[in-house]
Design a protein around this ligand. Structure first.
Ligand SMILES: O=P(O)(O)OC[C@H]1O[C@](O)(CO)[C@@H](O)[C@@H]1O
Length: 541
C-alpha cells in the first residue's frame, strides 16, 4: 500500500485545529465519574483509564480518522503476515520481514506466518526437551549436581527485555532456580555477578542475534575463562542463542544452541528464544507458555479497527496526540510495581531505537516530530524523586501509570486500616488525578496547574500471562506510531557510527600497546582520542 506522510493526513490538519483548545482537565467537574467510566477500554485483563488525558470525543473521532487514513490496521496485518516492513524504498536497507508476532502465534490453527511459527515451535520443542533433561537430572554438573542458576550474557535486545521480564516474574520462579544478567563490557559488571555466583551450579547462555556484538563476545570469553579457572568444562555449562549461520552458530562450543531469526529485531525478541531460554529455565515451560499466550492474545486484540476497542492502537494515538499536537517531547512510564522496575529500560530501547528516526520509508526527511524520549521509574519511589517537576515544572511530561490490584507475593501488612498494596494503588490513582486536576492556591508556590496528561493501565495481578500481554501492548503501540509517522521502526542505522569509531580507537590502542611493548600504561585514552580526531579530520569514518 502507498504510505502517506504524516503531514499529508487530513486528520492531522483537523487535530491541529483541535489542539488549539484541548480539553481542560483542571476545570471544576471536568473529571466527572461519568467521564472516568466513559474513557475506559479493556483487553487481555488490562483496563486502560484515559479520562485524565486532554482529549474529548472530537479528538477521539479525529484520531480514529487518522488511523483509518494512515491504514494502521492494514499495515499491522501486513506485518503479521510477513510483508517486508523493515525497509527504506530506493536505498540500501535490511529489507526484512517483521515477525516477532510469529514467535507466539502458537495457539491458532492458522498462524499468520506459518513457516516462521513452525520454526518457533521447533525451537520451543528443543527448549522443552532441554529443560526436561535439566529437571530430570539428565543434565548435571561435573559432580552430578543439579544446575540452579542461569546467567544470560547479552546486551540491548539480548538483555533488556529478558532482564525486565525475568525480574518482573521472579515471584513465579521454580524452587532453586534463578537468573542473573551480564551485559556491559565494563568488567565490573561481570565481576559483580561472578562474586556471588556458584559457577559449579550455573549455566551461561550467550545471546547474540548477530553473533558479532563486541560486548557479548568479550563477556563470553570472560565467562569461559572463569569456568576454566574453576576447573569446569565450558562445554558442559555454556548455551547459545543466535542467528542461524552467525559466527556463534557452532554447536560444538555449547551444551545446547537455540536459534532466533533475522525477521525478529533484537528489541522485539523477548518472546523468541532470546527471552524464552531464561524464562523457561527459571519459571518452567508451562509459565513460559502462559507468557506467550498473553502476548498472542494482545496480538489479536490489536487487530480491531475501532480505536476505542483496541488498546495498543488507542495507546499509540493518545501518544501521538500528546507528542505531535500538544507538543510534549517525552513520556514517562511509571509502573506502580517494583517487579516492573526494569520495564521502562526495556521500553527505552524498544521505543527509542524503533522510532528515534528522521527519515521516512521513502528516504525523505520528516517534517514532523517522531519518537519521544522514554523514561521512568517505579512508583511510589518516583514520588520522592521527580514528581515535583511532573506537577509544577515548566516541562509537561505525559505519564503512563501501570498498576495491579493484587501483589505477586503473599507478604503484606495492614497499617492504619489499609494494606501496603492498597497504599500503592491509592498513591498511583491519587497522582493521576492530582496531575490532571491540579489545585488553586493563593500562594503561587503551592499552586498546581493541572492539565498534566496521564493514563492508567490497571490489571488484577502481574502474572506471566499479564506480562506477555503488557509486552505486546507496548510493542504494537510503538509499531502503530511508526506506521503513523511513515518511518521504518525496525532498523537501527543510528547505532553503527559509534561502533565504527570505537573499533578505530581500539585498533589504535592495541597497535600503540604493541609499539610500546605493551607497557602497563598502554596507549592512554586521551592519546588515542587525539589520534582518532586527527584521522577524522582527514577522512570521514
Ligand atoms: O543480539 P545482538 O546481535 O548481539 O545485538 C544486540 C543489540 O545491538 C543492537 O543491534 C544495537 O543496539 C540492538 O538492536 C540489539 O538488540
Amino acid at each position: 500500500m502507498p504510505y502517506k506522510d504524516f503531514s499529508s493526513l487530513s486528520a492531522a490538519t483537523r487535530l491541529l485545529e483541535l489542539a488549539r483548545k484541548p480539553f481542560d482537565l483542571s476545570r471544576a467537574g471536568a473529571l466527572s465519574p461519568q467521564r472516568i467510566r466513559d474513557y475506559r477500554s479493556s483487553a487481555c485483563g488490562f483496563d486502560l483509564l484515559y479520562a485524565t488525558e486532554r482529549l474529548d470525543e472530537p479528538v477521539l473521532d479525529a484520531l480514529q480518522a487518522l488511523a483509518d487514513e494512515a491504514g494502521l490496521i492494514e499495515q499491522f496485518m501486513a506485518m503479521k503476515r510477513g510483508a517486508p516492513m523493515n525497509r527504506i524504498e530506493g536505498y540500501a536497507c535490511e529489507n526484512r520481514q517483521v515477525l516477532h508476532t510469529a514467535s507466539r502465534d502458537l495457539f491458532s490453527a492458522q498462524p499468520y506466518a506459518p513457516e516462521a511459527t513452525a520454526r518457533a515451535k521447533r525451537e520451543l520443542e528443543k527448549l522443552r526437551h532441554f529443560l526436561d533433561k535439566v529437571a530430570a537430572g539428565d543434565i548435571v554438573n561435573e559432580r552430578g549436581e543439579s544446575l540452579g542458576t542461569l546467567v544470560q550474557v547479552g546486551i540491548g535486545g539480548s538483555d533488556l527485555g529478558p532482564r525486565a521480564l525475568s525480574q518482573a516474574l521472579s515471584a513465579f520462579a521454580l524452587p532453586g532456580r534463578e537468573a542473573r544478567f551480564i551485559a556491559n563490557v565494563d568488567p565490573d559488571d561481570a565481576a559483580a555477578v561472578l562474586s556471588g555466583l556458584d559457577l559449579n551450579r550455573s549455566l551461561v547462555v550467550v545471546v547474540s542475534k548477530s553473533g558479532t556484538t563486541l560486548e557479548t563476545l568479550t563477556n563470553e570469553e570472560l565467562m569461559r575463562a572463569a569456568l576454566a579457572r574453576a576447573g569446569l568444562d565450558p562445554a558442559r555449562h555454556m548455551l547459545a542463542v543466535t542467528g542461524e549461520g552467525s559466527p556463534m552458530d557452532d554447536s560444538s562450543r555449547y551444551l545446547a544452541s537455540f536459534y532466533m531469526y533475522d525477521y525478529i529485531g533484537g528489541r522485539y525478541s523477548a518472546t523468541s528464544m532470546v527471552g524464552a531460554v531464561t524464562l523457561g529455565f527459571t519459571l518452567g515451560f508451562e509459565a513460559l507458555l502462559a507468557f506467550l499466550r498473553g502476548a498472542w492474545e494482545m496480538d489479536l486484540a490489536a487487530e480491531s479497527p475501532d480505536i476505542r476497542n483496541n488498546l495498543p492502537l488507542l495507546l499509540a494515538l493518545i501518544g501521538i496526540w500528546n507528542r505531535n499536537f500538544l507538543g510534549y517531547p517525552s513520556c514517562a512510564i511509571l509502573p506502580y510495581s517494583q517487579a516492573l522496575a526494569r520495564f521502562p529500560a526495556h521500553l527505552q530501547q524498544c521505543d527509542m531505537e524503533s522510532n528515534g528516526k528522521s527519515v521516512t520509508r521513502q528516504g525523505n526527511m520528516v517534517t514532523w516530530q517522531t519518537g519521544p524520549v522514554i523514561w521512568g521509574e517505579p512508583g511510589t519511589n518516583g514520588q520522592h524523586a521527580f514528581y515535583q517537576l511532573m506537577h509544577q515544572g515548566t516541562e509537561i511530561v505525559p505519564a503512563e501509570f501501570i498498576g495491579f490490584r493484587r501483589s505477586q507475593r503473599d507478604l503484606d501488612i495492614m497499617v492504619s486500616g489499609t494494606t501496603s498494596q492498597q497504599k500503592l494503588v491509592a498513591n498511583m490513582l491519587a497522582q493521576s488525578l492530582a496531575l490532571a486536576r491540579g489545585r488553586d492556591d493563593d500562594n503561587p508556590a503551592r499552586r498546581f496547574p493541572g492539565n498534566r496528561p496521564n493514563l492508567v493501565l490497571l490489571a488484577d495481578q502481574l502474572t506471566p500471562y499479564q506480562m506477555g500481554a503488557l509486552l505486546a501492548l507496548y510493542e504494537h503501540r510503538i509499531a502503530f506510531q511508526g506506521f503513523s509517522w511513515n518511518i521504518n521502526s525496525f532498523d537501527q542505522e543510528g547505532v553503527q557510527l559509534g561502533k565504527v569509531l570505537a573499533k578505530k580507537l581500539l585498533q589504535h590502542m592495541a597497535e600503540g600497546d604493541a609499539r610500546s611493548g605493551n607497557s602497563p600504561a598502554g596507549t592512554s585514552p586521551e592519546e588515542a582520542l587525539l589520534a582518532l580526531a586527527g584521522m577524522l579530520g582527514r577522512d570521514r569514518p
